[in-house]
Design a protein around this ligand. Sequence first.
Ligand code: SF4
Ligand code: SF4
Length: 439
Amino acid sequence: MHDGQEAALPLGASLPDGARFVGSAPTLPPGWRPGDAPTEDDLALCVACGLCLPHCPTYLLTGEESASPRGRIAAMREVAAGRAEVGPTFARFMDLCLACRACEDVCPSHVPFGRLMEGSRAQIEPLRSRRERLVRWVGLDVILRRGWLTSLAARLRPIALPFVSRRTRALLPRATSGGRVQRVTEPAGEPRGTVALLTGCVQDRWYRPANRATARVLARNGWRVLVPRAQGCCGAIHAHHGRLDSARALGRRNVRAFAEADLVIVGAAGCGAHLRELGDLLDDDGARAFASKVRDLMAFLHDEGIEPPSANPGVERVAYHDACHALRVQAIREEPRELLRSIPGLDVVEIPEGDRCCGAAGLYAVTQPETADELQRRKVEAIASTGARVVASANPGCTMQLVAGLRAMGADVEVVHPVELLDRAYAAEEPRFEGPQQG
Ligand code: SF4
Ligand code: SF4
């Protein structure tokens, strides 16, 4: 215990009746450890009104205050006040959070819950077992930080499969074949402008067709598309899982890689949401300038306008899946739906309770199997109820989760990025222009 601090009490001991925390007795010094942590200013914003509770998937599943945004913030405040420790109980409360940010979206006090959770997870990281830390270091800091290693890992999937858990095996997609997206894709005529494309790590190794479709659709609509080769993983998954220094290093790398770009287009919702907040994480003007250039692909196409496709790609009905980091963090809802509705003969249908997280949430699908499975089951059953044979999902983590869930229930439903449907619709048109030039 530090000088002048009170003895540690169990989390929630100072809360009013009804705010129930279940956990072990404290064994560590109370208060935050040195390093990244939630700030007093951010914590002070919560007025404990509880308006976020009905929107929180983990509260709805458990009915426990400790699994709600308000309960998690109360736990953080207990630690911040030096009345509780960053111990296993605290870690359990935080780890069950999906970081979906539904709470932040509806909070009248604008509590930056995502930032609070990132600080809390950074505090928890040293508590993890040696094995957990080793696995995270290899996966996040060794493999994802190096594009060539990510590609190699994707190619080695068949060899690695026997050594990974059944859950991971179910989630891992097959690596996509074919070359990378060209460094430059030219439109057919005079460009409207030039954009730079973030191809991502998981998206580019496992869902490369979506990136290729992105370049074609942008070029089809008059944009010159550049793919800076010095770019890397955006660092979102590192930030969400408490590895903030790694996220900062990756952020700086991308700020440098896109220094010449006027606009940075991102097709993966999780990456876009993270990069648009990079100024907060790096806390410098360069990062803030970079963040102001980042645009979500579907929002960009919608806002700048596209030439509506004149043909249907052989799909009558598509269910649109809202990724939390598009809907909740970037307030993107109507833009992708309107773009898809521009495809002739395509009916865009809503997924019941579509604003609920699918349970993917970065590593969550592997680390919190019970909650992730339940949310996945509810989501794929809701998708199946729409009768759509195609789902549009603009986030690779959600796509993995949906594919695995739909496969497990034996549903014959294809999951694609919405831009792939636009691309297919253009491809289905009568040839009437000289396609984009790649070089
Ligand atoms: S996070 Fe926001 S909505 Fe939730 S209890 Fe606090 S102030 Fe209310
Ligand atoms: S981020 Fe999602 S799971 Fe976590 S407290 Fe907020 S609503 Fe609940």
